[in-house]
Design a protein around this ligand. Structure first.
Ligand code: HXC
Ligand code: NAP
Length: 286
């Protein structure tokens, strides 16, 4: 039997102790899908109450229900991270309900492959606002809540494509470079309050958005060639990732849990790359 390099990475047993985050509240933007959902599953399995926030309430609600059915504590809230008023209301609601927010994971993002030559002003604005403004608005809004409790932890989900440049991703790479800068600057500004801010930079994880990017344009009959996408991803895993497989949401979640735990107590302003060695090995033109 051939093992897929894309989907079959066997999850390793958790190295974290059961109940590590008992009583903690973790707010995860974009927690209803992909990497955010993986982070939510991991934190909930370690005892945290996870609050999943995104635009589509039904999506975060379904994920929260699944976590509760699996024995965890979870709830859902609607937010568009581009809207500072909505973000402030979200933080106030979560604070009122739980009395604390120990961890904020700024994971929500939007992007798509598009040539910058023809990118509309609104397309540029949408991605920059979701990724960069959203990260800032959520962090600024949670600051007083964390500060009042004497500290807290914020983890921003970045990427590695801006380390060398990545054609057709001008908007997202610019936004994520901004997120890295924010991570270092706010880490310094907020350290006196006991608030740590770090980032995790994932390599390729086969979420729905990424699968879309690997799927060739549909046939004349309008059918997307999913087999071709799987083959292209398989080949990418073999040839472009030194550790020879795609990542999983759990790979990223493990780093988030580490940073949020007492093992990360002296880490702030760090950008942790979790990518199987991909960016180091990447040919410059991608
Ligand atoms: C060019 C595009 C476009 C495309 C949208 N736009 N898609 N332009 N090429 N493929 C333009 C629209 O025409 C519009 O401009 C503007 O962007 C806003 O589009 P809306 O659909 O109105 O915006 P909105 O509903 O707010 O949605 C935001 C979004 C969308 C970013 C455009 O894609 C989204 O919601 N994404 C969330 C999920 C996501 O992207 N996940 C991927 C994460 S994976 P005009 O001028 O027409 O008004 C990831 C992996 C990175 O980060 C690594 C990859 C290898
Ligand atoms: P995903 O499944 O598409 O997740 C994106 C999430 O963000 C969705 O749940 C979406 O939910 C939410 N979101 C989008 N716009 C929002 C807004 N305006 N307000 C609130 N929530 C919003 O993608 P993913 O691959 O898991 O990506 C998660 C994070 O990892 C992103 O920061 C991404 O840049 C980063 N990353 C991913 C990869 C990868 O290979 N997958 C690599 C590097 C970095 P709604 O639609 O319900 O709002």
């Amino acid at each position: 039997m051939t093992t897929s390099l894309v989907t079959d990475a066997t999850p390793a047993p958790s190295v974290f102790r059961a109940g590590l985050f008992d009583g903690h509240v973790a707010l995860i933007t974009g927690g209803g899908s992909g990497i955010g959902r993986g982070i939510a599953d991991t934190l909930a399995s370690l005892g945290a109450h996870v609050v999943l926030a995104s635009r589509k309430l039904e999506r975060v609600q379904a994920a929260a229900t699944a976590i509760v059915e699996a024995g965890g504590h979870a709830s859902a809230i609607a937010v568009d991270v581009r809207d500072p008023d909505m973000v402030n209301r979200m933080i106030a609601d979560v604070h009122e309900m739980h009395g604390r927010i120990d961890l904020l994971v700024n994971n929500a993002a939007g992007n798509f492959y598009a040539p910058s030559e023809t990118l509309s002003a609104n397309a540029w604005k949408s991605v920059i606002e979701i990724d960069l403004y959203g990260t800032f608005f959520c962090s600024q809004a949670v600051l007083p809540v964390m500060r009042a409790r004497g500290g807290g932890c914020i983890v921003n989900i970045s990427m590695t494509l801006h380390y060398r440049g990545w054609p057709l991703m001008a908007h997202a790479t610019a936004a994520k470079a901004g997120i890295d800068a924010l991570t270092r600057t706010l880490a310094l500004e907020w350290a006196p309050y006991g608030i740590r801010m770090n980032a995790v930079a994932p390599g390729p994880i086969p979420t729905e958005g990424v699968r879309k990017a690997f799927t060739p344009p549909p046939s004349a009959e309008g059918v997307p060639d999913l087999f071709a996408a799987e083959k292209a991803m398989e080949s990418y895993g073999r040839n472009a990732i030194p550790l020879q497989r795609w990542g999983t949401p759990a790979d990223i979640a493990g780093m988030v849990a580490f940073l949020a735990s007492s093992a990360g107590a002296w880490i702030t302003g760090a950008i942790m790359v979790v990518d199987g060695g991909e960016w180091l090995a990447k040919p410059p033109r991608g």
